[in-house]
Design a protein around this ligand. Structure first.
Ligand code: BGC
Length: 291
């Protein structure tokens, strides 16, 4: 790398002052605003069961400003070990500035409330405070599916969608993010509704597909049953399917029989990081939720 390109890279990493005008009071729709406050570049961190990934994100465009850093999730995945690894991801990227983080649990005011697929010690852990202490910067923490949903609503398959939109992430578990008129209803845990006496994610997640060695048609049957349950409860206008398995949507979408329009996520791997960054914009006005 030349000295000059090195300088450029570094300057891109610095959080920039935004030139965008402040939003009008009340214009807090998730799909409508991004550049609020002084920063437009935020580091997005996506904490998952197998990897912790992160990259600086331009929150106006959703673009990752450099290649993402990925480090394996430590085992056992105690909250302290996760924090250490997350800090490593941020420092390996050379980032200093605000951080937004997605985590696979219910998150209230930065504190983890549940632990369906992570170490149970996570419950009650103040992840925001721990990351803030280690990184000495402003940190926000949101549910991982909410983060992915925020990105899809802003830049992806839900862009400009005004109705009731449900984003599903099919992975180790089933994550859900619910939007009404572009606003997020945070921490919906609809992957845990009961289907045939079991937690839905136990039957219809990607992990369940692999565990039970299901072919695509049989997997589609399980997903279909889940989608019917969900749509009878919520009557959404659009369902966005994300998670790694959404890349193969052509294998199981044709078997779905539910009434709601189902589309695949557009941001693929980057939704979790980009959405976490959106949630991390200082002033938090970019993520006005439907309180
Ligand atoms: C958790 C959710 C999470 C989802 C996807 C579920 O088991 O309860 O909080 O969003 O997995 O990671």
């Amino acid at each position: 790398m030349t000295a000059q390109s090195c300088v450029c890279r570094k300057s891109r990493l610095r959080h920039e002052e935004t030139l965008s005008p402040l939003p009008r009071p009340g214009s807090y729709r998730m799909t409508g605003i991004v550049s609020v406050g002084r920063y437009k570049n935020v580091f997005g961190l996506d904490i998952g069961g197998s990897g912790i990934k992160g990259a600086p994100v331009d929150t106006e465009t959703g673009e990752l400003l450099q290649e993402r850093v990925r480090i394996k999730t430590p085992q056992p995945a105690t909250p302290e070990a996760i924090v250490r690894t997350a800090v490593e991801v941020v420092s390996e990227a050379g980032w200093q500035g605000p951080v937004g983080c997605g985590f696979p649990a219910v998150v209230k005011d930065g504190v983890l409330q549940t632990a369906a697929n992570v170490d149970k010690a996570a419950i009650g852990f103040d992840l925001r405070a721990a990351l803030h202490e280690e990184l000495a910067t402003q940190v926000s923490v949101v549910n991982d599916a909410d983060a992915a949903g925020l990105a899809e609503m802003r830049w992806g398959a839900g862009k400009d969608h005004d109705g009731v939109v449900l984003m599903l992430t099919l992975g180790t578990g089933i994550g859900t993010a619910l939007f009404i008129g572009g606003r997020l209803v945070p921490n919906t845990e609809l992957g845990h509704i009961e289907v045939r006496g079991k937690d839905a994610e136990h039957r219809a997640s990607d992990t369940a597909r692999k565990r039970d060695d299901l072919n695509w048609k049989r997997y589609a049957g399980r997903l279909d049953e889940y989608l019917h349950r969900i749509e009878n409860l919520l009557w959404p206008d659009l369902i966005i399917v994300g998670g790694g398995i959404s890349k193969k949507s052509e294998k199981y979408f044709p078997h779905l029989t539910n009434r709601t329009e189902v589309v695949r996520a557009e941001m693929q791997n980057n939704a979790g990081i980009a959405g976490a960054a959106l949630a991390g914009i200082p002033d938090r006005a970019a993520v006005k939720t439907a309180e």
